[in-house]
Every structure is written in structure tokens, then in C-alpha cells.
Design a protein around this ligand. Sequence first.
Ligand code: KIV
Ligand code: ZN
Length: 499
Amino acid sequence: MRKIHILDTTLRDGEQSPGASLTTHEKLEIAHQLARLNVDVIEAGFPCSSPGDFEAVRLVAKEVKGPTITALARAVKADIDAVWEAIRVAEKPRIHVVLGSSDIHLAHKFRRSREEVLQIGVEAVKYAKSLCPEVQYSTEDASRSDRRYLFQVIEAVIDAGATVVNIPDTVGWAVPAQWGRLIADIRKNVPNIDRAILSVHCHNDLGMAVANSLAAVKAGAQQVECTVNGIGERAGNASLEEIVMALKVRRDYFRAETDIVTRELTRTSKMVSRLTGLLVARNKAVVGANAFAHSSGIHQDGVLKHRKNYEIIQPEEVGADETQIVLTARSGRHALKHRLETLGFVVTQQELENIHPRFLALADAKKEVYDDDLYALMADERGSDHQKVKLLSFHASTGSDEAPRAKVRLSIRGQEMEREASGDGPVDAAFRAIDEMTREQVVLKEYRMQAATAEKAALGQATVVLELNGRTATSQGASTDIVEASLRAYVNALNRLLP
Ligand code: KIV
Ligand code: ZN
């Protein structure tokens, strides 16, 4: 069995999904969970992109033990310096340098010749190597690059010190058989390829990211880059859980394995979905809500007779069987903290103080509090970090013969104010009241409401995507009252956007 290294880029490429921005604290939470999942490498961000991203990468590098920690740099000194500054405290740091290799990128992005770009790449690797023993080099847009030139670049960067070469299908152009052949040809034609780990990074524009990644593994790739739930730029990246389970279930075919603790897959998927606000389709392979649900009579009968009749993955292998521990108003702080930690959250004392009264109120209203309620409460709590705007109180009214109205009381940077507004519905009226107080040109791009659990007294979880001055933020709010859940989500998103 060959070992396949899993590089998770949920915190870098995944976070490039429109509206999926995460706070520093949320990134750290996900990184801890990725360590429990036992990924080999965490790509924690792109430090040069913003001071916030730099800080998040630095924190992950400092706090998260186990996996190698890497971050992305363009092939310029300032980017490489920023990456090194952010990751140097990690147990196992790796600098990741990216530079285009296709004629399209050379002509229309860099306006330089092949030879010039190759030289820039080599110099960047040499510089990164002078700082850090592990250097990964990505030949951006490799799938549309001239093969001879690609081989030449790979050989040159390995000679310059790259320890990992990553071959990206940046625009999701590849098809499996062709992509596998390219990887096999790299192995055959690049004389020093054995001195580096050969990696692939596939995008899902034509829905083939996972198939392409697996074809590459079959052809000799040793590292796969992927994201939890397949989130990422445009149509996303190859999905980690699908690749890992395909390798596990079909080890007879791939003759390769990963070190992933597959029981953590469902928990990781839920955490990423809750914190990014990007929902997982019910029919998504491995982690979708229907992945293990048998509906037709023939299938149900078959599974009851013998699970293997219709199940190639057992739910417990991916942690989908977890019995829900039900907490009640009698469960103390200790039980609450313990359950949150079991779900993967690292809970500070302050967070416990904040969440406990909300948990008690919820337990009073619902009697039984499920894991999904706790995920929703934590997503709300984490989203309300560093509040500039706080929701103090509200009143909303509506009816078949009454115009919807809402009165909202906020504290904005310590100053209390109140407004009343009308709207198409009570949620719209409440959002308008907030806009009147903040006086910002906020655009509501998306609004969703879902029940955290399937009960009559369910906790409502609102997701709001707001845009302000070209930046977007996704946030969530949870309450048994849907107007309150919506207001909390709106205020949480504002807190991410307001300067
Ligand atoms: O898609 C891409 O080419 C990338 C690189 C930075 C690896 O994300
Ligand atoms: Zn990418």
C-alpha cells in the first residue's frame, strides 16, 4: 500500500468560496478539527492577502500540533517573507510558492517569456529554501500548460530545492484519463522527480475534481490537495471525504491508503458547513444527510437482510452513526462543556459563560437539546466575536390584516439606539430598522432559514450573506424565534464587515 498525503486547503482555497469568510477564531477551530482528522498538511491561508489572514495563519501555526502547516505565497519576496513570518513557529512549517506555467497565464497575466518565468520560479524556490527546509512549488494552470515546458519547470524547481511539486488543474479543465497520463508522464520524463513529493490539486468546474485526483493517485501522485465538503473557488475543489473514502473502500483498485481518521469525517463536515454557512447537499456523497438513508422498499428490505446488499460504507466508519447525546436543563456546565468538546469545539471559559444561559433558555423552551442545536449555538456564538454592534432587544408584529413592523434596539460601538420600521415581513422590517441605525449601504445577498433539528420546537438557524463596499460576509444566528435568529445572523455579519 502506498501512503497518500492529504493536504487540506479548506482554510485557503476553501475560504475563497464567495461569502465563506471565517474569523480567526473559526479558522483555529477548524484547524484543530483537521488535526483530529489527522490530515498530513494544513494550508492555513494566504498571509499576504490581509493582516487578518496573516494573524490567522500565525495562530494556527502556533497552536495546532501534528500536521505540517503551510501557507501560500506568490513567487515574490514580500509574499514569501510574510508566509515565513506567519508559519515559522509551527512544529513542521512548509512554504508554498505558486506561479503560472501555461502560455495563457504567461502572456496575459505576467507578460513574460517562458524562460523569464522559469527563472522567477527558480529564484523564488531558492529564496524560500533559504528560510525553510520544506518548500512546495505549484505550477498554476498546469492542465493547460505545454507539457515539455511543464517538465522543464518541475525539474528546475526540484533542482532549486522544492521538496513537493504540486500540479494544479486550476480551472477544472482536465479529464481523468488524460490527467492520469500527464502525472504518469511527469514521473517518466522528469529525471529528478524522485527527489520530491508529486502532488495534485483539482478544481471542480466540470464536476471531475475527485475523479481527476483519483486518476492522478492511480498514476503515481503521492499527495492530494482537497477541501472539506469540496468547498473552494467557483465550483470548488476536490472533496476530501470523497477522496479518502474512495481510497479506503476501493483499496483493492488503488493500492493506496491515507492516515485519515475517517470517524471524524462527519463531524468535520458539519463544523465546516456551520462555520462557513455553506450547506451540504442532502445527496452529497459520504457526508450528505441522505448518504446512508435507504428509501425504497426493495432497498430497505435488502439492507435489513444484510447491510452489504446496499451499503458499501458503514455509517460508523465516517462517524455518521454517532448517537445523539441529549442534554436537558438539568445538564450542568460541565456536561455542556464536555459535549461541546466532544463535538470538536475548543471552548474558552468566557464562551462557556456566554453560551450557558442561552443553552438553559433553549433547554427550557425545547426540553431536549441535540448536537445539531449545539452546533447552531456555537456558530452563532463564534460569529459574534469582537462585537461592534450588539442586539439588545426587539419587538416584531405581523398578521393577515396588519402591516409587518419591527422595533430594534442596538448598541453600536457602545452607543444605544432604537428604530422602528415596516417591511414586506417582520424579518425585512427588522433588517430595515438596523440599516437605519448603522447608515451603511449594506446589501443583503442571501438569506436562509433552516431548522437545526427535525422537531416542532426546533431551533431556527438563519444564514445571512451581506455585502458592504465589495466585501461579503456570511454569518449565522440561532434562536427558537425566527426573527431573533435572523437579527442575530444580520448583526453577526455586520460585525465582520464594519471597519
Ligand atoms: O487552483 C490553483 O491553482 C491553486 C494553486 C495556488 C495551487 O489554488
Ligand atoms: Zn485552487
